[in-house]
Design a protein around this ligand. Structure first.
Ligand code: SF4
Length: 404
């Protein structure tokens, strides 16, 4: 198999892929070389990553039924890639009261959610108590739902406001119901890139400190990277190496999620000459290299259907990914930057997309426990989504006779 895979491949790429498939650790230079693979090398990379995925995870593809709850879009940080944030005086700025968050949560639970993913802007009028109030209110009404909340940027802001030691602050949030944290706000863990994409956000060292401390108090997190803007392949490789080293030390990452830059509606592309997001080959190389570079330390590689769209997400499942992410139900962060792939992907649609590439859908918890397998489509449960009348097109008489 290995010989056939490597036929026609350049010697250097062949050597790296062979090492990865023999489970030898790749170094940063290897990752940079793979991130530039083209032609036969590119296809061999995808195939090798798919083989590794099959060895590491089998043919199950997991997903989580979750709702994004963004409690405010008011933020003073001013990241140049962000289309989501607003000044508090703007007409479409919002700062939801707890009752609105609870309404969203009730809707999510009625649609089968096991997780709420809670993030917001950094509102200058709030402090650490606001984060705890959100957790307490949600946990009081939904004790069984996992609260996946607050990026390292939000943890940094809240902890500094609180005056508490970081470890104590994190425990204070856990005590209020925090289950895991998103490993967002990482972008690229290189301060020369951060100076351009997120100059007022926490720096790399602080991101690492917060994530490691969270892991040390039993708070696991995802790990992420944002690519397709101004970064180089070397900076991506170095970022992956940082994540791998953290994982060796703490074992606290549940998964790695590469996030493609959405460019249409933000300053970074329109005024600062960033690239217009990743190309399709870059998206697939990113997934494949993550699979090969991070094994065996991080074995869950998630693609983002919001960034890639459902069809490229299916292709990512053939290039090393084993996790489809979440239903999201109300995605707005990517949409506000110009993503066109919708706010919600119902679980029945996720199952269909997974089965269409010959894999088995499995609903998971936030921390990757299997909650339900869907081996037989005939035994799928009915949809929990609210009925939406489908707008038909075509000759009017057909449309009328097709209505129930
Ligand atoms: S990415 Fe987050 S911290 Fe940065 S401006 Fe947007 S909402 Fe604020």
């Amino acid at each position: 198999m290995l010989e056939r895979l490597l036929a026609g491949v350049s010697p250097e790429i062949g050597r790296i892929l062979e090492a990865a498939l023999e489970k030898r650790e790749l170094d940063e230079r290897d990752a940079s070389v793979l991130l530039s693979a083209e032609g036969a090398d590119f296809f061999a990379l995808l195939r090798a990553a798919d083989l590794a995925r099959s060895e590491d995870n089998g043919d199950d593809v997991s997903f989580v039924v979750t709702r994004n709850i963004n409690f405010t879009n008011v933020c003073y940080v001013g990241c140049t890639f962000c289309g989501f944030s607003r000044h508090r005086d703007e007409v479409d700025a919002y700062d939801h009261p707890l009752e609105v968050l609870l309404e969203k949560a009730r809707d999510a639970v009625a649609r089968g959610a096991t997780e709420f993913c809670i993030q917001g802007g950094i509102h200058p009028g709030k402090d650490h108590t606001h984060y705890r109030e959100i957790l307490l209110a949600l946990k009081r009404e939904f004790p069984a739902i996992h609260l996946h909340a607050f990026s390292p940027e939000e943890i940094d802001f809240g902890q500094r406001k609180s005056g508490m030691d970081l470890r104590d602050y994190l425990r204070w949030l856990v005590d209020a119901g925090l289950g895991t944290i998103p490993g967002t706000a990482a972008e690229i863990l290189d301060d020369s890139v951060r100076a351009i994409v997120s100059p007022r956000k926490l720096d790399s060292a602080r991101w690492i400190e917060i994530v490691k401390t969270a892991h040390s108090v039993g708070l696991r997190s995802t790990s992420t990277l944002m690519y397709g803007h101004i970064e180089s392949v070397e900076q991506i490789a170095a970022h992956l190496d940082v994540l791998r080293e953290i994982q060796k030390e703490t074992g606290g990452f549940t998964e790695f999620v590469p996030l493609g830059f959405i460019h249409e509606r933000n300053i970074l592309f329109n005024h600062m000459h960033a690239r217009p997001g990743a190309s399709m080959p870059e998206d697939l190389r990113m997934i494949a290299v993550a699979r090969l570079f991070l094994r065996p330390w991080i074995s869950n590689i998630q693609m983002s259907w919001v960034k890639m769209g459902p069809k490229l997400a299916q292709m990512a499942l053939l290039a090393g990914a084993n996790d489809f992410g979440g239903t999201l139900m109300e995605e707005s962060i990517s949409r506000e930057s110009g993503s066109h792939f919708g706010e919600n992907l119902p679980q029945e649609e996720i199952r269909r997309l997974i089965r269409a590439v010959g894999r088995t859908p499995v609903e998971r918890s936030t921390t990757y426990q299997t909650l339900r397998r869907f081996d037989d489509p005939a035994e799928d449960p009915p949809s929990l989504e609210p009925a939406q009348p489908r707008e038909l097109s075509g000759p009017a008489r057909w449309r009328l006779t097709s209505q129930p």
